[in-house]
Design a protein around this ligand. Sequence first.
Ligand code: UD1
Ligand code: CA
Length: 456
Amino acid sequence: MKVSVVILAAGQGTRMKSTLPKILHTLAGKAMVEYALDIAGGVSAKPPVLVIGHGAEKVREQIGGRARYAIQEEQLGTAHAAAQAENLLDGEEGLVLIFYADMPLLRQETMARMVELQSINTGPLTILTVRAEDPRGFGRIVRSKDGQVNAIVEEAGAPAEVLEIRELNAGVYCCRADWLWAALKRIKVSPKGEYYLTDLVEIAAKEGGKVNAIVLDDESEAIGINTRIHLAEASAILRKRINEEWMLAGVTMIQPESVFIDATVEIGEDTTLWPNTYLRGKTSIGRGCEVGPDTIITDCDVAENCRIQMAVMEGASLEEGVVMGPFARLRKGARLGKGVHMGNFGEIKNSSLGADTRMGHFSYIGDATIGEGVNIGAGTVTCNFDGVNKNPTIIEDGVFIGSDTMLVAPVKIGKNSKTGAGAVVTKDVPPGTLVVGVPAKELKKVKDKQPDDARK
Ligand code: UD1
Ligand code: CA
């Protein structure tokens, strides 16, 4: 059956105490509202209608074409918010699924079950409920003696016997489109001055239509976010879900509670994540890697069999078998070829290192193109910034850079050349040449390729 989705997101989220609209706060690297859009995508191919008000511009800017927008100028309650979608959906047949954008733990399967149950319901409406000891201010589900759902009663002003009810409104509604818009118009303003969407239930029940209810098995799905305490709780649950999914997919975690993986990350089988590891943004980690402890990787592509210890990396790519750290830093545009070794206290920015190049200790490489099998001695610096411009350094295959060499860019070191310890290289070095001193001068030609054991 055809389903349209309406997501309510116009509230201010006052209790977040934030200049950022509530639904743009992130959990596991994704904005709250994106979780809502994702589950909407599971039941309907058409972009959902997002009802926005507070912070509407910021929301639009970030979400763009992933949603259609209805503006609720004044926040007069959830029923009033839902009614704003009528213009966009009027005349559409089938079902309408309505839920709140501040519930990022709702599962796709739950939405599919709602739609399924409503499509065989003789009545106009199916709701989602949850049983919980702590009512958290949720609406209470009132059932008749024979178990039929009769009403949702909001906490404010509810009589004592209703407040005792522990079946709560989770805030997801699936109803017939041809019934919804007229029913919304029949909702009366509450004593608090708001139009409650929850009144749909009583309207349906009074008409004699059956209101179906799905009771959630997993209480956590119904967590709605109103404060930063809720945000932290929901993040913790989400992280646990994500970690468990990866463990079931073949990823080992030495201490899952201290591993933080964004919802946007990919990880290959037989990779091990050590404690205090953060995988963030658009990061992918290949098979058979060892990552951490104490590592933050953001927006990086790491191929298989890499070992990364105590590193901070962003916007970098690593080919197979790279060994990094401990204490290593990769910045945007660092590209490490197959089998590269980068030891402690190094930094690489906007540079590529060819296969089997080694950079063991204390070096800075920026804006450089480095060939294969290059040895970069301890303390080497590409002096890429002259105070005005960033300049490039080129180091060709098989070069041996002596310890503490300063490469004053722009500069190029030809194939199989060498620099002496402490050299300050200010001019291009032709292939097969040893340069030494300050400023570096040619000492002799070197024909021999460095013996393999020098690179160990
Ligand atoms: C709502 C339900 C309550 C349920 C709970 C579950 C109503 C009246 N009550 O209460 O039964 O147990 O959610 O989390 O629906 N919004 C608008 N425009 C408005 C008002 C709200 O778009 O004028 C949006 C908010 O941005 C939010 C959602 O609707 O995303 C829910 O509003 P909120 O004020 O948080 O409702 P609750 O009091 O939590
Ligand atoms: Ca809420």
